[in-house]
Design a protein around this ligand. Sequence first.
Ligand code: 9WO
Length: 260
Amino acid sequence: MRFDVITLFPAQFAALTEEGVVARALQRRIASIHLRTPRDYTTDAHRTVDDRPYGGGPGMVMRYKPLRAAIEAAQAEAASEGVESRVAYLSPQGERLDQRRIERISAAPGWVLVAGRYEGVDERLIEDCVDEEWSVGDYVLSGGELAAMVVMDAVIRLLPGALGHADSARQDSYSTGLLDCPHYTRPERIGDKGVPTVLLSGDHQAIERWRLQQALGRTWQRRPELLQRRGMSEVEQQLLDDYLREAARLQPRVGSEQSE
Ligand code: 9WO
């Protein structure tokens, strides 16, 4: 899978390319990341990439021409190695990404990601050159670079061979649409806190059941809309019922007049 990124700050991407899962995937040629700056596609002596907004107001807007030239150069280079890339612009106005959308993105051969700065890009660039507009969350960053890195990290770790065996097995349990279960490691006791005894039992079937139950319970408590969307099997519904009954026993809610 090929990513081309259009950015005024290519050095920021070292955070992704120099160490960790993504760096390893790049070394193994599972994915590639090609950085390009629109500044190299300017035609004036000052290499101007931004200009004042029509209508006035604070801040600057990224100019159409250098961005378009950079995007087209990226698409041409991708095409020369047989990759037909679509173009995505990262912005808070985009479609909110979730794991399902990340999976769809990972099925394409290549993407050109446009990372904006300042107040954003000339709207006509989006109309003429951008196929999709994506948001990674409802907050404003100082540029699209971190959002582009979020997308590439989430996509590249899904590509076959990107994760070690242990991690890719674990991934199966994530793609069930549930939040993760709690994890514990040594020491066995921290102050008055132990480790759930089932995890020390060596009973792998019981451990799997407990982990699924924890995942279901936490998803119900923290992100009920995820569980709604996903649905549950009869066995899962029973595990959740048992979890909630136990939770109610340990922490009676106010209104039952049992607290303190
Ligand atoms: C800056 C600004 C300053 C004053 C008043 C309003 C303002 N809006 C913006 C703004 O949206 N700037 C963006 C910065 C322009 C496009 C690139 N930037 C960006 C992308 N910030 N946050 C994202 C982003 C991308 C994907 N998902 C979440 C956030």
